[in-house]
Design a protein around this ligand. Structure first.
Ligand SMILES: Nc1nc2c(ncn2[C@@H]2O[C@H](COP(=O)(O)OP(=O)(O)OP(=O)(O)O)[C@@H](O)[C@H]2O)c(=O)[nH]1
Ligand SMILES: [Mg+2]
Length: 245
């Protein structure tokens, strides 16, 4: 993990010609980082918004976003949707600056798919990916015929503690308190988890979690609901897109 987040981010921005900000297409507003965007602009570098995991997002939402953020490319590293468009977009932006082989830095929160984007762009499994957030530990350089790519560890800026966001999109895959995180998500996104498990929405979220535990067959001795285990399953379902955001 980078010790000094901003020093590291600044370093990559200085080094690169183009920055790909990788965000989760399901929750773009929550997974983009305005401070990073501001720094990229101040250094007069080019930013391309890369909405990844669009295989998990709703098309109507994506169409709306397309108009707001430019230049943006919607991709899926799972289905390879949009990868050629992304390559083309990088080439177009590079040409505007007179560059033939640009240095492309990839930034974003943990678990957004930065390393997967590098692999998709290079056409090889050059860097390792993982469903555990905070997997990439240091900067990694990958050279392809067209680009110099820099993979970076996704880091949450110090002080940012949006539990709901972090748990829901897997920015933080190792939750310190899965039950608490799940209850908070249920409070913020009324009905999202309930409708997936076909249980009624109830003011009392603890009761709902108990019901879901039974649905999931998470039961402890004495036929008691194992809400901690149920919460872990729910958070995993959200991260992996099984539960629709
Ligand atoms: N469904 C889906 N999953 C994806 C996609 N891209 C990446 N993933 C998954 O998301 C997880 C994180 O991917 P990584 O590429 O390791 O993410 P990262 O941003 O490099 O993560 P850190 O190195 O931890 O910061 C992995 O389990 C990937 O398989 C995508 O387009 N769709
Ligand atoms: Mg990575």
């Amino acid at each position: 993990m980078w010790r000094n987040f901003w020093a590291a981010v600044n370093g990559v921005i200085s080094e690169a010609d183009i920055i790909l900000e990788v965000v989760d297409a399901r929750t773009v507003a929550k997974t983009r980082n305005l401070e990073i965007e501001d720094k990229v602009r101040k250094k007069e570098k080019i930013i391309i918004y890369v909405m990844n995991k669009c295989d998990l997002a709703s098309k109507a939402e994506l169409d709306k976003l397309k108009k707001i953020l430019t230049p943006s490319v919607f991709i899926s590293c799972k289905t390879y949707h949009g990868i050629n468009l992304l390559k083309e977009r990088i080439r177009i932006e590079a040409r505007k600056k007179g560059l033939t082989k640009p240095i492309v830095g990839v930034l974003g929160y943990p678990n957004m798919g930065k390393s997967s984007v590098i692999n998709a762009l290079s056409g090889t499994g050059r860097v390792r990916t993982s469903s555990v957030s905070g997997f990439t530990r240091g900067k990694q350089y990958v050279t392809t015929r067209q680009f110099y790519l820099i993979d970076t560890p996704g880091v949450i800026p110090y002080g940012e503690k949006d539990t709901v966001k972090n748990a829901m999109v897997g920015i933080n895959t190792i939750s310190k308190d899965p039950e608490y995180d799940t209850l908070m998500i249920m409070k913020e996104y009324i009905g999202m988890i309930e409708s997936h498990y076909k249980v009624p929405v109830n003011e009392n979220k603890e009761e709902t979690l108990e019901k879901i535990a039974f649905v999931l067959n998470c039961v402890k001795k004495g036929n008691l609901p194992d809400t901690a285990r149920a919460a872990e399953i729910i958070l995993k379902g959200l991260r992996e897109g099984k539960i629709k955001i």
